[in-house]
Design a protein around this ligand. Structure first.
Ligand SMILES: C[S@@+](CC[C@H](N)C(=O)[O-])C[C@H]1O[C@@H](n2cnc3c(N)ncnc32)[C@H](O)[C@@H]1O
Length: 240
């Protein structure tokens, strides 16, 4: 799973015993060589689906990490693209790779923007938020968007209970819950806390009108359903 340029097992263990923010600060220099960075295939499928809905003016990547989402935002946005994250280490990497974007350090549970963006995206980060934290996160994104703005992100279909992947993710989440029961600071990262129906309900409660579209380029499961869908959450109002 990890290339030779990625973190060693010891480094990963130290990161996993830190807070989320500190863990990512430590991981940042090697993050792009881990499977935790969103793959280009997912970014490109997202961009292909969003392109006919644009162009957009200002774009925001929520939990931007080292800046993977700029591959989506920069070609779709006519003006500035901004990334927001609370890890200084991740933002340092992002700034180096994309000096032409804006980078903001903030906790996304209290986003510091009001009607500043036309498109917001997020990749690979929802598992860092407990279900009880999603309302504040989604309310902040809603506030950050201009009227008619769009919040879009891919979400994977849950693996079937008969697959090895199902048990791997379940095992990961159980290990993480055990770790968080006995160790401080907590490291919140759960794979099974954001099913589509719960995320859709929370987005709707925040004021968004929610639709989804299959990302067919990313393949189908054995039953023919798409492996990934793109959530399209639209803020009320007419784009200006
Ligand atoms: C798995 S990485 C994903 C990075 C990038 N979006 C990607 O797909 O490659 C998750 C990111 O979320 C950030 N993050 C987690 N919780 C956060 C919070 N409460 N506020 C801001 N950033 C947060 C972490 O610092 C990390 O950079």
């Amino acid at each position: 799973m990890f290339s030779t340029q990625g973190p060693s097992l010891r480094e990963l263990a130290i990161q996993a015993l830190s807070s989320v923010e500190r863990g990512y600060d430590l991981l940042a220099p090697k993050f792009d060589h881990t499977p935790f960075r969103t793959p280009d295939s997912v970014l490109d499928a997202t961009a292909d689906t969003l392109r006919p809905l644009g162009p957009f003016r200002h774009g925001l990547d929520v939990c931007c990490g080292t800046g993977a989402g700029m591959r989506v935002l920069q070609p779709l946005c006519q003006e500035r693209a901004t990334g927001v994250d609370f890890s200084t280490g991740m933002l340092t990497q992002a700034r180096t790779t994309h000096p032409d974007a804006d980078w903001v350090r903030a906790d996304v549970r209290a986003l510091p923007f009001t009607e500043a963006f036309d498109l917001a995206v997020t990749f690979g980060a929802l598992g860092h938020f407990l279900p009880a934290e999603r309302p504040a996160l989604f309310a902040g994104v809603y506030r950050a968007l201009r009227p008619g703005g769009l919040f879009a992100f891919p979400i994977g279909a849950p693996p079937p209970v008969t697959s090895g992947w199902y048990w791997t993710l379940l095992g990961f989440d159980l290990a993480m819950r055990a770790r968080n029961a006995v160790w401080r600071p907590p490291f919140v990262m759960y794979y099974r806390t954001c099913p589509l129906h719960a995320v859709r309900n929370d987005l709707t409660a925040a004021g968004f009108t929610v639709t989804t579209t299959p990302l067919t380029a990313l393949g189908r499961r054995q039953d023919g359903s798409p492996r990934y869908r793109l959530i399209l959450a639209r803020k009320a109002g007419t784009p200006t």
